[in-house]
Design a protein around this ligand. Structure first.
Ligand code: ATP
Ligand code: MG
Length: 248
């Protein structure tokens, strides 16, 4: 196995909001020295309370947020993000075909025919019939929209996906379908996935490894089965208790 991503001692800080105009703005460190690797074909879960820095980490990996220090080394091209809310992440003014083909127009020299073929292929891989190419996002259910988002994320043949709470906005039965799809796609396309979630149960079922984050620090990581049975950190214990899956 070889590495698809290396994150080395990454620090990210933001300027604090002023409460009054007289306040000094302090820098708040949100990521405090994050280091980990993701191997080819690995699904890594990232869990932790709201505000602990999970999305900031995903953004830093994609270059949307600039680290103060540290290093992020990609060993693959075109890593893609899948967002929580399939309602706001699709352009409402464009049909599915346009949405899928758009990245190809800017970033490849594929012909119009080749773009259409790729769009159909990815849509079908994401579990939707090609008839949906002509649909607008508003004509799709939440689950169908998230399938379009997943198809879109696959258009540039990425090897690394960053999925930030990709099923949190969906009904439970739809959640299960989308998780199954991600699992199948991972296997078929040999993807690596950083899977951000509040749901420790989902992470247990889906992920090869889990990282527990607290206040911008990864407090422990390992195989879910081990971590869930024998958490080393009291914060992990707290998360497990809160999730209701920890009975012993
Ligand atoms: N652009 C920004 N400017 C200032 N502060 C920010 C910015 N983005 C995030 N933060 C702060 O950084 C902290 C971490 O936010 P982040 O979105 O990474 O958390 P999270 O773990 O993804 O939470 P959630 O589970 O709710 O999505 C929060 O305190 C947030 O207010
Ligand atoms: Mg977040």
């Amino acid at each position: 196995m070889s590495k698809i991503l290396e994150v080395k001692d990454v620090h990210v800080s933001f300027m604090e909001e002023r409460k009054t105009i007289f306040d000094r703005r302090n820098r708040i460190e949100v990521l405090k020295g994050i280091s980990f690797d993701i191997e080819e074909g690995e699904i890594v879960g990232l869990v932790g309370e709201s505000g602990c820095g999970k999305s900031t980490l995903a953004k830093a990996i994609l270059g949307l947020v600039k680290p103060d220090s540290g290093e992020i080394i990609h060993h693959s091209d075109h890593p893609q993000m899948i967002f929580q809310d399939p309602y706001s992440s699709l352009n409402p003014a464009k049909n599915v075909r346009f949405i899928l083909e758009e990245p190809l127009k800017n970033m490849t020299s594929l012909s119009a025919d080749e773009r259409l073929i790729r769009a159909k292929e990815r849509l079908i891989q994401a579990g939707l019939d090609e008839k949906y190419l002509t649909h607008m996002p508003s004509e799709l259910s939440g689950g169908q929209r998230q399938r379009v988002c997943i198809a879109q994320s696959l258009m540039m043949n990425p090897k690394l996906l960053l999925a930030d709470e990709p099923v949190s906005a969906l009904d439970v039965t739809i959640q299960a379908q989308i998780l199954k799809l991600l699992d199948e796609l991972q296997d078929k396309l040999k993807l690596s996935i950083l899977f951000i979630s509040h749901d420790l149960r989902v992470v247990y079922n889906l992920c090869d490894r889990v990282m527990v984050m607290r206040n911008g620090v990864i407090v422990e990581q390992g195989v879910p089965h081990d971590i869930y049975r024998h958490p080393k950190h009291e914060y992990t214990e707290k998360l497990l208790k809160a999730s209701g899956i920890w009975k012993e």
